[in-house]
Write a protein that binds this ligand. Sequence first.
Ligand code: ZN
Length: 378
Amino acid sequence: MTCCLLGIEAHAQVKAADHVLITNEIPGTVTIERGNDDTWLVTQQKLPELGPEGNRPRDYAQAPTWVRIENAGEAKTITLAVKWIDTGYGTFRKSGYLKHDDAWTVITGEMGTDRTTYRLEVPKGTSWCGPVPWYGVEDATRWMERIASSHAEVRVRALGKTKEGREIRCVTIGDEKRPNVLVVGREHGGESASSFAVEAVVEHLLSKEFPRELREAFCFHVVPMANPDGVANGWKFPQPGPVEQFDLHYSGMTAPDPTCVVMREETLRLRPVAYVNYHSYLFPMPQVIYYQKEAGTRILDALIGDKPGEGDSWYLKRLLPGGDSTLYHCHRAFGSLVVLFELPWAGRKVESLRAQGVATFRAAMEALVKKNKEAAKP
Ligand SMILES: [Zn+2]
């Protein structure tokens, strides 16, 4: 009798030590090895198709990592190390994020020579974890279905299909006879911040806080995920390969890749009066990138407010004319107000990042209104 009870107890102990299971959420991006009881090593994987690394520096800088944690037992502290492919911006690779019950927790790790090691408490049930909050293809689909069903004025349009057959979708708000404002996120697959920012922009557009006169003056076309193949596969571009053929951003006007063609044709069709493009990088200071001096300084003015020390510091960069991006084409051919925002996670809460999405969009709209007023002067 006693023996049998002991047997059950020993079995229960093995179960308790083994009740955490960690699996990869973005196929092919990492391998996961379990060390001692509560230690895991998550190693980012290279793409062999990319060829010599020297040709394309920093393509792996924002290679995504997102794992699912199933904890069948009570809350437990574990150690999870992420071994990076690219250790650039190492001092800015300390923060990480845990998602549980739709709530986000920012965690802080230790950056070693080639990895960041996090100690974190995983709650009972299912959680997700990674160096930056992930926003996948399904997140975009769910969100678009939700806003389309709750707001009669929202139209979700399919612009076309990617090489792997995914739809590129655009949220359109307003009368299409009005001048078009184009907002695009996620040209680069790993830059999840841009999708969070663009989501917040749409929710702001639909809220009472967004001025009615602005809402009625333009038609807004918002693409939260321009590159769903890149997002699904953990690639920066729609397909792995050279910038000239596959980069939706720098080669948007010339690249033959189907995703690039769809986004190019829609941009040319819309001839936007303003084009707001969202990206993300690892440097912790958010950046405003523009072609036209007045537009750039007006946007910065709107962002920094009147008092020094309020909110984030901003980094301003003026782009030299040139290149094959659709942004430059719109600036040159249509005289569009063009601005690109780099919004870094750098340990910011999801809500702060979303607020930054709204603030940057509003700043761009203010600059557009001023530009139009000036153009209307006799
Ligand atoms: Zn980018």
